[in-house]
Ligand binder design. Structure first.
Ligand code: IDP
Ligand code: MG
Length: 150
């Protein structure tokens, strides 16, 4: 099993899309093993998006992500990182396929509703930025035997 970091960004929270995102994750068979609502502080935002420090959109990205509460999650399941990236859709919602979260709920790259880790290394780094190991739960979901072959 793999873990990824998933976050409903401030626009997603403000637009009432938290339940929509969560229900898609649950329906897929993935398991939410940690979750919290928080207002991201500037320092955490700059750490989280450190790879984009030199990009022209960095300061607007930091303003966006710190502009209101977010809902941060750790999601577990087979190929969780790749599966969530497919479910959220292309970074630019204008290019995101219908059926993806961004393709169904967004129009602009600077208001693209969700974040999901893009690799195992990012997932590990992002999970540890937002969660203590003690906040990550271990439990069985009913029906898992019908999601996984064995
Ligand atoms: P990702 O969120 O799909 O992983 P990244 O390239 O890692 O996309 O960019 C991080 C975030 O930065 C995007 O989700 C988006 O909010 C913002 N962003 C990326 N490119 C642009 C841009 O060209 N203009 C404005 N914001 C951008
Ligand atoms: Mg990214």
């Amino acid at each position: 099993m793999e873990r990824s970091f998933l976050m409903v960004k401030p626009d997603g929270v403000a637009r009432g899309l938290v339940g929509e995102v969560i229900s898609r994750v649950e329906r897929r068979g993935l398991k939410i093993v940690a979750m919290k609502m928080l207002r991201i502080e500037r320092k955490l935002a700059e750490q989280h998006y450190g790879e984009h420090r030199d990009k022209p959109f960095f300061s607007s990205l930091i303003s966006y992500i710190t502009s209101g509460p977010v809902v941060a999650m750790v999601v577990e399941g087979k190929d969780a990182i790749k599966v969530l990236r497919t479910m959220i859709g292309a970074t630019n919602p204008g290019e995101a396929a219908p059926g993806t979260i961004r393709g169904d709920f967004a129009l602009e790259v600077g208001r693209n509703v969700v974040h999901a880790s893009d690799s195992p290394a990012s997932a590990e780094r992002e999970i540890s930025l937002f969660f203590d190991e003690s906040e990550i739960m271990s439990y069985s979901r009913a029906g898992e035997e019908w999601v996984y072959e064995e």
